[in-house]
Design a binder for this molecule. Structure first.
Ligand code: OSB
Ligand code: MG
Length: 370
């Protein structure tokens, strides 16, 4: 494939409900969408960098800068045999995985369309349906949280993840367990605790949680290993894992027992497959995390979740949980059994609604091969 043009758009999409984590509240998403044209085919990717540098260091604007000044010049006009060659081309750029992932994933969409294959198949995925859970933000009251959980379970979702932070943890978990003793339940702290909180965190062991996600600092694996040695509840790493070597280090140092894979955080499908491979070879379960994606990012998440190592329900759920109207057709829907049927059409398997994208676009830049 010869890369002819890269188009970067920022679309604004209002969430149906604010999403609160230990690092802040998101009401509206500014979504950077990548369209790559190669051999006359358009492929789509989403840059999952958030509005501010609070989840990782990337933001929408750092990603814009990295795509414009470094990624586009390296890729434009270049001929690639496959999208899996992109990481090698971009290797000189340190970090900025989310910016790289948006562009690389768009090329995977191009390649899948050219080969007439659904993206999931091109990636080597095998599942025809993926299992889904939901991630619930911090709520104003415990009653509000319990009622949301009730709604999601009635919709079929197979596991519930709740956000916690100091002062909003044990009572929440206790209340959820009391009302829903059987539900597959996990908590995500988004790095809100310190190793000194170990005695407090040990109390979570009474509630048979599936896992606690990223309790300690985003860049500290050693302390997670120290914590895991004292906790019965499995630790799952999210923020700390940026590539397959991190996954290996985390497993070998026993910093976690489960890994959350996010395409943006690890730099795209090629590296996500490596993470999955490292984990599967060592019997470490993985699941697909979410970054409040639009339909484009969601479609990529669905394709990735079909790899064999994705054995736990992911944070990939229906478009309607996030948006009044998504930018893809059909929207992502979840079956009453809490699964998503993997599309079988070539490429992403969902069509990007260009008109809708245009209506929502607030800025756009195009770079062309000379
Ligand atoms: O830690 O998994 C996280 C959203 C934004 C940033 C970080 C996280 C999340 C979520 C939401 O948990 C997952 C989703 O529903 O997309
Ligand atoms: Mg997380």
């Amino acid at each position: 494939m010869q890369i002819e043009a890269i188009i970067l758009r920022e679309v604004r999409m209002e969430l149906r409900a604010p999403f609160e984590t230990s690092f802040g509240v998101t009401r509206e998403r500014r979504v950077p969408l990548i369209e790559v044209r190669a051999d006359g085919v358009s492929g789509w990717g989403e840059i999952t960098a958030p509005e501010g540098p609070f989840y990782n260091y990337e933001t929408i604007d750092t990603a814009w800068h990295i795509v414009r000044d470094f990624i586009a010049p390296l890729l434009l006009g270049r001929k690639l045999g496959s999208a899996c060659e992109v990481p090698a081309v971009l290797a000189a750029i340190r970090g900025h995985q989310m910016a790289k992932a948006g562009v690389e994933n768009a090329l995977w969409d191009v390649e899948a369309q050219q080969k007439g294959l659904p993206l999931a198949k091109l990636l080597g995925g095998t599942y025809e349906e993926i299992v889904c859970g939901v991630s619930l933000g911090l709520q104003a009251t415990t009653e509000a949280l319990l009622s949301k959980i009730d709604t999601e379970l009635k919709a079929g979702y197979q596991r519930i993840k709740i956000k916690i932070k100091p002062g909003k943890d044990l009572e929440l978990v206790r209340a959820v367990r009391e009302k829903f003793p059987q539900v597959k339940l996990m908590v995500d702290a988004n790095s809100a605790y310190r190793l000194a909180d170990v005695e407090h965190l040990k109390k979570l062991d009474d509630y048979y949680l599936m896992m606690i996600e990223q309790p300690l600092p985003w860049d500290d694996m050693h302390e997670h290993a120290r914590l895991q040695a004292q906790l019965q509840t499995p630790i799952c790493l999210d923020e700390s894992i940026h590539h397959a070597r991190h996954a290996l280090a985390a497993i070998e140092s026993r910093a976690c027992q489960i890994i959350n894979v996010k395409l943006g955080r690890v730099g795209g499908h090629t590296e996500a497959r490596r993470v999955e491979e490292v984990c599967r070879a060592r019997s470490i379960p993985v699941w697909c995390g979410g970054m409040l994606e639009s339909g484009v990012g969601r479609a990529h998440n669905i394709a990735m979740s079909t790899l064999a190592g994705f054995v736990l329900p992911g944070d990939v759920s229906a478009s309607q949980r996030y948006w009044e109207e998504d930018i893809i057709e059909p929207e992502v829907e979840v079956t009453p059994a809490g699964t998503i049927r993997v599309p079988t059409a070539p490429g992403l398997g969902y069509a990007v609604r260009r008109q809708r994208v245009e209506q929502l676009t607030v800025r756009q830049e195009t770079w062309r091969a000379q």
